[in-house]
Design a protein around this ligand. Sequence first.
Ligand SMILES: Cc1cc2nc3c(=O)[nH]c(=O)nc-3n(C[C@H](O)[C@H](O)[C@H](O)COP(=O)(O)O)c2cc1C
Length: 197
Amino acid sequence: MSDQSIVGELARRRRSVRRFKKNKFDLKIILECIDIAKEAPSGSNAQPWHFVVVENDRMKEELREVCENGEKKFYSNARGDLAEWLRKKGLTWKKEFLSNVPYIIAVFGYKKAPYSRESVWLAVGYLLLALEERGIASLTYTPPNRDEVAKLLKYPDDYRLEVLIPAGYEDGEKAREPRKNLDEIASLNYFGRKIDT
Ligand SMILES: Cc1cc2nc3c(=O)[nH]c(=O)nc-3n(C[C@H](O)[C@H](O)[C@H](O)COP(=O)(O)O)c2cc1C
């Protein structure tokens, strides 16, 4: 499909990046992106998101240590398709990207809001594209032991940590992961009925 749209271009360009340069850049750029993310729709317009930007090196090291402790357990318990996928991707319990990155954006959701998780993840989608537009690479990293991780950030009980997003300039250039074709994922009127174009 040909597409001249800016959103289309950003969506097709964005990739999950796991190797960053440590180069700092202005915190204002991150705030600009959060300012865009907060425009996302949300259940009852509750806007249940909260973004904690971590730029302190010691805190990033602590986050990494706690995440890696959780990951060691996660990787030793992984079986079947998941274990195979992780092996193929060369992913391990080591999460260098949590300390070798200028910023980590921790995204929290207010648990009591209607459709809290759906709403927060929509805002995350906006955030990723806003970062991409500014040439900032990112990853949606979901630690297996999120409550332990969240404690380091002194979160209130009625919030839940959804994701850590390391954000910085990419080190190297990672290949894009493939996507399914449009006709595999869209139907007309009934699930599975092909759309003739
Ligand atoms: C909800 C969600 C959770 C994810 N959790 C992780 C994660 O914990 N660690 C990681 O390395 N990648 C994680 N990813 C990144 C996916 O592996 C990645 O988006 C997918 O392989 C497609 O690659 P791309 O983002 O480069 O297109 C997550 C992505 C999503 C949307």
